[in-house]
Design a protein around this ligand. Structure first.
Ligand SMILES: NC(=O)c1ccc[n+]([C@@H]2O[C@H](COP(=O)([O-])OP(=O)(O)OC[C@H]3O[C@@H](n4cnc5c(N)ncnc54)[C@H](O)[C@@H]3O)[C@@H](O)[C@H]2O)c1
Length: 389
């Protein structure tokens, strides 16, 4: 199956990019992930990086220098100053700030008439999510959310299998992932502080697990959530990474979840059993399972969950009374294929140029966010809650 797919991909026509129309791009937040955005933008022949900004003085200038970008303006104290500079004639921005700054930056950019590629997770609270939705609607601009695993052929295969009907009616899904020890810290501890990240493992890697399965089944609405979250590792001054960094004060800064679980009822009588972790005392919290009336799909987990399929998937089916299992090999893209990051950026640019919809639309990711926000709310209340979108 992999050979057929590889041959198919090799025979795809090369896409011609209209380089006459260059898109003028600004980067909001020039910390860690902005480097991946920049590398992908620099691979596009129809992009001009015209500006960048960061709250930390000098960080945006150093970023442009590091990537060899000449002539981009960086003398802004924050995203508002950059968006107010009309001389930039921005077509689009990448919002690469920490989670708590996703909503303000995306909303301000949309209100300024600029297209937005917003890093994941969408935001932190549902009030922010609704405000982003209002701004998107009012602006008529493209807002795409940064879920690059969507462009992985193996992820796309999961959707193809489910949508083909091979599994019958899907009624139960187990998903999530984990790391034994893998709390990311980030610049200025931005991943673990409540005032910057707001959500921890759920927003960092949980949103990928949710997207993997919800995208496959067509993003049905969530109805109820029972959630749990904890912070036993993050709050421990003896956590191995803090010890390595010789900085036990990180435990005091830790203000998010390092583990979360949720039991979610979805429209269509589907149960979603989810757990995600940055640190736990087990090798893996389990593979992703999609159970249907005619077949089951097992998607192997990875040691360090980051939104990639961990190995060949298996489809379990009954054939003429016999219990069978088919292995779906990992699809390897032909050498020289665009990276997932290049695909994420290219599809965003094409959506702007062609006036087509966002490649990873808010209408779907707002459901992803509602589940995460639902887990937080349910965990804090200590009971099941209803989700109203
Ligand atoms: N798609 C992926 O694979 C992926 C991987 C890692 C991180 N991320 C996401 O990217 C985001 C950023 O992560 P990071 O590792 O780059 O964090 P980071 O802390 O290294 O960088 C964020 C930067 O944004 C700046 N910033 C915050 N608010 C700003 C504002 N209003 N104006 C200008 N600058 C502002 C900060 O000063 C900081 O330098 C997070 O939301 C994270 O979830 C995505």
């Amino acid at each position: 199956m992999a050979d057929i797919l590889n041959a198919f991909m090799e025979n795809q026509e090369k896409v011609v990019i209209d380089t006459d129309r260059k898109l003028r791009i600004g980067i909001i937040g020039t910390g860690g992930i902005a480097n991946s955005h920049m590398k992908a933008y620099l691979a596009m022949p129809d992009v001009e990086i015209v500006a960048g900004c960061d709250l930390v003085p000098g960080r945006a200038t150093a970023y442009m220098k590091r990537h060899g970008v000449v002539g981009a303006k960086t003398d802004y104290k924050d995203h508002r100053e950059m968006l107010a500079d009309k001389s930039l004639r921005l077509d689009a921005v990448s919002v690469c700030t920490y989670n708590r700054q996703h909503a303000p930056c995306a909303i301000d950019a949309l209100n300024a008439g600029v297209n937005v590629l917003l890093e994941k997770p969408l935001c932190v609270t549902m009030d922010e999510a609704y405000a982003i939705r209002e701004a998107e609607k009012a602006s008529g601009k493209v807002l795409s959310i940064g879920f690059q695993p969507r462009f992985d052929a193996n992820m796309q295969m999961i959707k193809k299998i489910v949508q083909s009907g091979e599994l019958g009616k899907v009624y139960y899904i187990q998903t999530g992932g984990g790391r034994r020890r893998g709390i990311p810290i980030g610049n200025e501890a931005s991943f673990i502080r409540n005032d910057t990240a707001g959500i921890g493992a759920m927003g960092d890697i949980g949103c990928y697990s949710l997207d993997m399965v919800l995208n496959a089944i067509g993003y049905p609405k969530p109805l109820t959530v029972t959630g749990y979250k904890s912070d036993f590792f993050g709050k421990d001054p003896g956590y191995c990474r803090y010890v390595q960094m010789n900085d036990p004060s990180l435990a005091e800064k830790f203000g998010v979840d390092d583990f979360a679980a949720g039991f979610i009822r979805l429209e269509g009588d589907i149960i979603l059993d989810f757990r995600i972790s940055w640190a736990l005392n087990i090798d893996t919290p389990g593979d992703t399972l999609i159970l249907g009336t005619k077949g089951g799909l097992r998607i192997p987990s990875t040691d360090c969950w980051n939104g990639s399929v961990g190995g060949p998937m298996k489809i379990y089916k009954e054939v003429n009374g016999e219990q069978t299992c088919v292995t779906v090999p990992i699809i390897k893209e032909p050498q020289g294929s665009p990276t997932l990051w290049e695909k994420k950026i290219r599809t965003f640019l094409d959506a702007i140029k062609n006036g087509t919809g966002a490649p990873v639309p808010l209408s779907q990711i707002i459901i992803n966010q509602a589940i995460i926000a639902g887990i937080v709310e349910s965990a804090e209340l200590g009971r099941e809650i209803e989700i109203k979108l």
